[in-house]
Design a protein around this ligand. Structure first.
Ligand code: NAI
Ligand code: MG
Length: 360
């Protein structure tokens, strides 16, 4: 038995989520096998998702959160399938875990990989190295609002979807972003706002940002409207390091960021409960990709990169670097899936990453 065993709950869920979780597990198990008994991973797989819904009328077991609590981390695939309305599947599984486990910081690195053609031909690895820090517990995804059909009748229905911004929620994600910026070569935090149009929540966001920034005089700051930030991602990538944004803004911007680096299939993410009162959850940014699911063609690197973030969370920073270097060696040697201009299968990419673990 190993010196340290990490218990991980695998929740592959739907579509390519099932395929990429298998890839990530294979890489981590290969890494553990090379650790000379220093660490091991003890996996428990949960069958939750849209197929489970078809059978049980719910996305996860009633006591699912209780079951997950016992684990060191959750390794998640992607949830959503055409048989279940997207808001039911997302709220029934992924958001349920994120919100109940208070995983309030969602960390999404955006980096170039060697050999992967970018949609921005003018940018390269030296100009683009960001982390999008997403507020992951409130904002536009607080689930506040309602619909009123009965009172107004068909054709006149009204819906309200409110965003919730609390000073505590804003402050903790901003401090997290500043602390992260201090660990990086470029010490800068860019706050994404829309306070010109949203005069309550986003103005509070801006005020808290200014107040927190004052505690970090060594970190450069800027505040940018979300629409301008979308343009800046494309036009001035070299001007960004840590980007802190609300739940919805960061959701959109991180997909844009991964598209700039070449594919949504590359992007990794960590949903952190920084206090470690609950398990944190690691998952690729992409969804279940029903258009390519089941063909063995999806890109496993977002999920494998997420596994590297999980290693960091476990205190295995050197091993996380080994996995990242193996990812770079793989793309650099031309072994790439179709979405990033290659012809390799998911399994070939996974095997190549495992093959490169030894030269870490
Ligand atoms: P998506 O991320 O599944 O797919 C968007 C595009 O990116 C598709 O063309 C897909 O083929 C491509 N793509 C995604 N992952 C890829 C990979 N690993 N390799 C290569 N190409 C990849 O987003 P979409 O189509 O909007 O949503 C599909 C389903 O996924 C929906 O049910 C949605 O609700 C769900 N979803 C779930 C998420 C999660 O569980 N965290 C996040 C986003 C969407
Ligand atoms: Mg998203």
């Amino acid at each position: 038995t190993a010196e340290q065993t990490f218990r991980i709950a695998a929740v592959p869920a739907d579509g390519v989520g099932i395929e990429v979780v298998e890839s990530g597990r294979a890489v981590l198990d290969a890494l553990a096998a090379r650790s000379n008994g220093r660490f091991a991973f003890d996996w428990t797989e949960f069958p939750w998702g849209s197929a489970y819904y078809a059978e049980h009328g719910k996305m996860m077991a009633d006591d699912g959160l209780e079951q997950l609590k016992a684990f060191d981390a959750v390794y998640f695939g992607a949830v959503g399938w055409p048989t279940v309305p997207d808001h039911v599947s997302l709220w029934g599984l992924r958001l349920r875990i994120c919100q109940n486990f208070d995983q309030w910081a969602n960390v999404r690195p955006v980096e170039f990989l060697p050999g992967v053609p970018s949609s921005l031909r003018t940018a390269d690895r030296d100009d683009l190295d960001w982390v999008v820090v997403r507020e992951n517990s409130e904002g536009e995804y607080a689930g506040l609002g309602g619909r009123n059909l009965a009172a107004r009748g068909a054709g006149s229905e009204v819906a309200v979807q409110s965003a919730l911004f609390t000073e505590t929620g804003c402050e903790r994600i901003m401090r997290f972003a500043f602390d992260l910026a201090r660990t990086r070569a470029r010490k800068k935090v860019s706050s994404v706002t829309k306070s010109n149009a949203q005069q309550y929540g986003m103005v509070l966001w801006d005020e808290v940002f200014e107040r927190v920034a004052a505690d970090y005089p060594d970190v450069e700051t800027e505040s940018v409207l979300v629409d301008a930030m979308a343009a800046k991602f494309v036009l001035r990538p070299e001007d960004l390091s840590v980007v802190v944004a609300s739940n919805l803004h960061a959701d959109i911007l991180s997909d844009l960021g991964s598209a700039i680096t070449g594919s949504l299939g590359l992007a990794a993410s960590a949903n952190l409960n920084p206090e470690r009162r609950f398990p944190s959850m690691f998952e690729p940014v992409h969804g279940s990709a029903p258009d390519i699911a089941g063909q063995g063609l999806c890109n496993p690197l977002g999920a494998i990169g997420s596994a590297a973030l999980m290693l960091e969370h476990f205190g295995l920073g050197d091993e996380a670097k080994t996995v990242r270097r193996a990812i770079e060696a793989t793309t650099g040697s031309g072994i790439r899936t179709r979405d990033v201009g290659g012809t390799s299968t998911s399994a070939e990419v996974t095997d190549a990453v495992i093959g490169h673990l030894d030269n870490g």
